[in-house]
Design a protein around this ligand. Sequence first.
Ligand SMILES: NC(=O)c1ccc[n+]([C@@H]2O[C@H](COP(=O)([O-])OP(=O)(O)OC[C@H]3O[C@@H](n4cnc5c(N)ncnc54)[C@H](O)[C@@H]3O)[C@@H](O)[C@H]2O)c1
Length: 246
Amino acid sequence: MSFRGKVAIITGAASGLGMLTAQNFAADGAKVLLTDVNNDAVEAAAEVIRASGGEACAIAVDVRCFEQTVAAAELAIAEYGRIDFLINCAGGAETRVCKCAKPFHELPVEVIDWGLDVNLKGVVYFCRAVLGTMIGQKSGVIINLGSVTGVEGSSGAVNYSAAKSGIIGLTKSLALCGAEHGVRACCVSPGPVLTREAMAKMPTRLGRAAQPQEIVDLILYLCSDKAAFITGTNYLIDGGRSCGGM
Ligand SMILES: NC(=O)c1ccc[n+]([C@@H]2O[C@H](COP(=O)([O-])OP(=O)(O)OC[C@H]3O[C@@H](n4cnc5c(N)ncnc54)[C@H](O)[C@@H]3O)[C@@H](O)[C@H]2O)c1
């Protein structure tokens, strides 16, 4: 797949799936704007892409701040003139990221807010920040990272699970908003992915966790013209975990 001349914004691009997605887009010819709350790491990730011949720049964005998402969209236009893809990778389970192992009924409100704000509100903000540009261009693709947890539920990450369920509905609504303007939206909901060693412990029917590249390959396919008839749908990529009985 060639993305030559295309422009991609990736959130959560300082590590894991976001960083690998940015590297893949750049290797396939796209210009990429990497965004992440971790300024030093996202600058370093953009530098790695530039050092290998790709076109990339970076901006620190906390997706919980609408003004920062708008600033990122404006930077993409200023640097590259258009926005073809938005890949919303920023996120994570609040109990893990906030290092709070308490049960839901004892969670501090700050932890609840982090889970909902980063995993759902931040995605809404970033979509709001780019959709007008995509509608004006009469083209664009938004890919939102969900999770199998958004389908299964989770007693250990209740807000993450609620937010990831919400992402499926958000994606359908974005597809409805964008359809008549040539803008598509899809949700990619992985099971365990080896961006972290610990994910190997989460069981799947295929007996393993996904390699990050397997998830990125689906994201790239959904962004490509080969997926031109696909919008509004959620893609579980979970090694059969959601078949049940795990
Ligand atoms: N790894 C998995 O097993 C798995 C499974 C299902 C879904 N997912 C989803 O895939 C996406 C990427 O996961 P990953 O494994 O690459 O995670 P990761 O932790 O490696 O990357 C997440 C990135 O988001 C950034 N981030 C955190 N808070 C932010 C904020 N407020 N604003 C902007 N950026 C922020 C982090 O700095 C980090 O770089 C997430 O949405 C995650 O929920 C991952």
